[in-house]
Ligand binder design. Sequence first.
Ligand SMILES: Cc1cc2nc3c(=O)[nH]c(=O)nc-3n(C[C@H](O)[C@H](O)[C@H](O)COP(=O)(O)OP(=O)(O)OC[C@H]3O[C@@H](n4cnc5c(N)ncnc54)[C@H](O)[C@@H]3O)c2cc1C
Length: 248
Amino acid sequence: MKIQILDHGYVEFIEAWGQGSHSKPTATEAELLTGNDYEVGIIEAARQSTQGNFRGWEQDERLLSYLYTSDPPHATPFEFAGMVIEVQAPLFVFREWHRHRTQSYNEQSARYASLPDFQYLPTIDRVMMVNIQTKNKQAGNVGGIALSNENATKWLEMAEQAYHISMEAYRYGLAVGVAKEVARLTMPVAQFSRMRASANLRNWLGFLRLRTDSKAQWEIQQYANAVKSLIDIHFPQTAKYFAWEQDK
Ligand SMILES: Cc1cc2nc3c(=O)[nH]c(=O)nc-3n(C[C@H](O)[C@H](O)[C@H](O)COP(=O)(O)OP(=O)(O)OC[C@H]3O[C@@H](n4cnc5c(N)ncnc54)[C@H](O)[C@@H]3O)c2cc1C
């Protein structure tokens, strides 16, 4: 599943894990039937003391609820499930994303491969959001100046020209023999890059708490919302309690 974001970005589901012993070659037929249930591993991890098995969600939803809603929560069992995604996003989004130090990343290297001609150009509506009052101070007007449609359009035109000049310098550099690692210096933070990100479920939930929040920058919120929709699909039991937590 690939979710398109911004003008050239996406979040793509690569894989999930957390099937616990249901993924073993010796799994019973019943276990194999629930083999794509990526939350069994959470229950099995929580039952380590008693070596208890997964008993089906009718019974085990109570245990998952207990783990999640205890105060403080029993969070470590949620480290026994996880997900890998591929992300294409502007460099400034990656800069924010990579602050989540406990995720694992591998990014396309502009030292080895040429950069694609993709730079993020926001829509006029995105630029004009600055006039909307929100709790997100950083997204508000600079010095209280209301932005006009005309000035926003002018700024977008200038941004497009700047991207064009950056790309031209980059391509010229490559054409005349400047190394890729040096030629890339002309590129803006709007330049798209691509990475794989892997994290356990506990970690993804931490990412969602911080980056689906209205105080996060709008662009990374769009990516976090896409990650959330993948969590909803692949970890539906946990997603219910995440929603409960957000509504509290
Ligand atoms: C709205 C918003 C504004 C922000 N503004 C800024 C900013 O202005 N400048 C800036 O630099 N960053 C900023 N950040 C980034 C923020 O400070 C965090 O670095 C980022 O959100 C990652 O969170 P994290 O540390 O919990 O995640 P991770 O790095 O994935 O860590 C997960 C958890 O592991 C533990 N952990 C990880 N590393 C350590 C460690 N070294 N020591 C102890 N415990 C650790 C902590 O419990 C942590 O919560 C902002 C984030 C948001 C959401």
